[in-house]
Structures are given as C-alpha cells and as structure tokens.
Design a binder for this molecule. Structure first.
Ligand SMILES: C[S@@+](CC[C@H](N)C(=O)[O-])C[C@H]1O[C@@H](n2cnc3c(N)ncnc32)[C@H](O)[C@@H]1O
Length: 266
C-alpha cells in the first residue's frame, strides 16, 4: 500500500507546485479565490493602521503583502516555504518601489522565523489548509501576534466526508482541497491556539469563479501552448472531470471558500 507523504514532503511539493510558471498561467497573480478583491475585504475587516507591522504567512508571489504595503501603508513581512516564490516576491516589491515596506523570506508556517509579539496583524490566504499541522501553525500565528493583534484568514472550506474521490489525495491537497475543513473546524483550531474568532464569512461564489477561470485558461493553453501544459505535468484531458467534480461539490455545499477574523486577547 502507498504510504501518504510525510509532512515535509507535502510542504515541499506544495511549494514547488505554486512556484511553477504553469500555475501562474492558470491562476494569475493572486493564488486564491476572490483574488485581490477578497484581500481588500480581509484588510478592511482587520482595520489596519498606517505603519502597522503585518505578517503574511505563505505569501506566495507576494500579491497580498504588496497590496497591504501599497494600498494600506502597512509594513509587511512575507514568509513562504518556497525560496523561488520569496525571491519572485522580492523582485516584484523592488519593481513596484515597495522594497522598504514589504520584505520576503523563506520559512515554515509551523515554525515562523520571527520573535514573539512582533506583529499587529497576521494574514494567511489559501494556505492554512495545506499545512500538515494546522494546530501548530495556528499556535505560531498566536505567538507572533502582540496581545490585541488580529488574524485574518481566507481559506478553502470542505466537508471531507462528502468530497468525491477526484478531490482527495496529494494533488487535491496541493490544490488546497484535500485537507481543508468546514468553517467551524478552522474556528476551533484558532480558538484552541488562543485566537478568539470575531467574524466569519462565506465566499463560495469566489470558489466557483476560480474554477471557471482555471477551466477557461486550461482550454486556452490546450489550444495555444499544449507543450507548456505537458511540461508542467498538467493533464488537460482529466481536468474537465476534476473541475466538474469541484463545481458539483460547491453546489452541494461540500466545498467553498471562507474568511475568518480572530483576535489574540490581551
Ligand atoms: C495557494 S498558495 C497561496 C499563496 C498566497 N497566500 C496567495 O493567496 O496568493 C499556497 C502557498 O503556501 C505556501 N506554503 C505551503 N506550505 C507552507 C508552509 N509550511 N510554510 C509556508 N508556506 C507554505 C506555498 O509555497 C504557496 O506559496
């Protein structure tokens, strides 16, 4: 019987997948449902103050961090498991003239390379669900927040028992589905880490729009750049089936996307 991949293998696999060019072609700049519109909603709900120190955990190519630095005047640190993504985010910050306000480093969400109480706010978009030890990551969010600091999470929600087989396994885990939880499950993990949940919102429509976008871009790539699809190991033949299963799961309420805001009480 095939053994499930160990925690570090899952992290490395996920980090490699999200730093690939093919994923950038499919997803654009922002690697989560709702894109920068939902990031703005998250930032507004966090009521960020100008100059406030914010940590973006699993910052990917830096889109969230750069929006918070540019449009909200925050001083942002981004941390991602992928050295390639962190390097790309640094280059983008430099090009946008935001290198002094947005810094990026490589690190593990389950062992954040920052001291206790260093940040007024922590954000984590579409990534908590990929971490092998979500409770440990939540404890790290709480540790690096100052008392009274706020956490903003957006993430895939899933009712594991109702997901079809196409949406489980390692590739589904990398696609942020296989180890996603119901909204109440995330709230429990945050509460156990000492983070009191203040706001929860469902954004399932954003998940449907992302599925539509991936399908449209896959079709385009299939016609215009099939070699790039193949080089990235993307099987466009299987995609309609998997995307159809994802769409049906959203319609059935077994898959979706959500936003949570929590506070570390003083
Ligand atoms: C779906 S992408 C989201 C990226 C970004 N937050 C966004 O919304 O655009 C997931 C990100 O999580 C990162 N990641 C996965 N496991 C990680 C870990 N243990 N620690 C830090 N980053 C991790 C991946 O490298 C990838 O950049």
């Amino acid at each position: 019987m095939t053994q499930p991949p160990a925690g570090d293998d899952v992290k490395a696999c996920c980090a490699a997948a999200y730093s690939s060019d093919a994923v950038a072609l499919l997803l654009g700049d922002s690697y989560h449902p709702g894109g920068t519109t939902l990031t703005r909603r998250l930032a507004d709900a966090l009521t960020l103050s100008p100059g406030e120190r914010v940590l973006d955990v699993a910052s990917g190519r830096g889109t969230t961090a750069l929006l918070l630095a540019g449009a909200y005047d925050a001083r942002v640190d981004g941390v991602d498991y992928s050295a390639a993504s962190a390097a790309l985010a640094r280059e983008t910050a430099q090009a946008a003239g935001l290198a002094l306000k947005a810094r990026f480093t490589t690190g593990d969400a389950e062992q954040l390379p920052y001291p206790d109480s260093a940040f007024g706010a922590v954000v984590c978009e579409c990534a908590l669900c990929t971490f092998p030890d979500q409770a440990k990551a939540a404890a790290e969010f709480a540790r690096v927040l100052r008392p009274g600091g706020r956490l903003g999470v957006t993430d895939v929600t899933a009712d594991a028992g109702r997901l079809p087989p196409e949406l489980t396994g390692l590739s589904a885990r990398i696609a942020c589905i296989a180890d996603a939880r119901p909204l109440a499950g995330y709230a429990r993990i945050l509460a156990a880490a000492g983070l009191r949940v203040l706001v929860t919102e469902r954004h399932d429509l954003a998940m449907l729009r992302m599925i539509d976008q991936i399908e449209a871009r896959l079709n385009l790539m299939h016609m215009t750049a099939p070699d790039r699809l193949a080089a990235a190991g993307l099987d466009s033949g299987a995609a309609p089936h998997v995307l159809g299963a994802a769409r049906a799961a959203v319609a059935a309420g077994a898959l979706g996307y959500a936003l949570l805001i929590a506070v570390k009480d003083r």
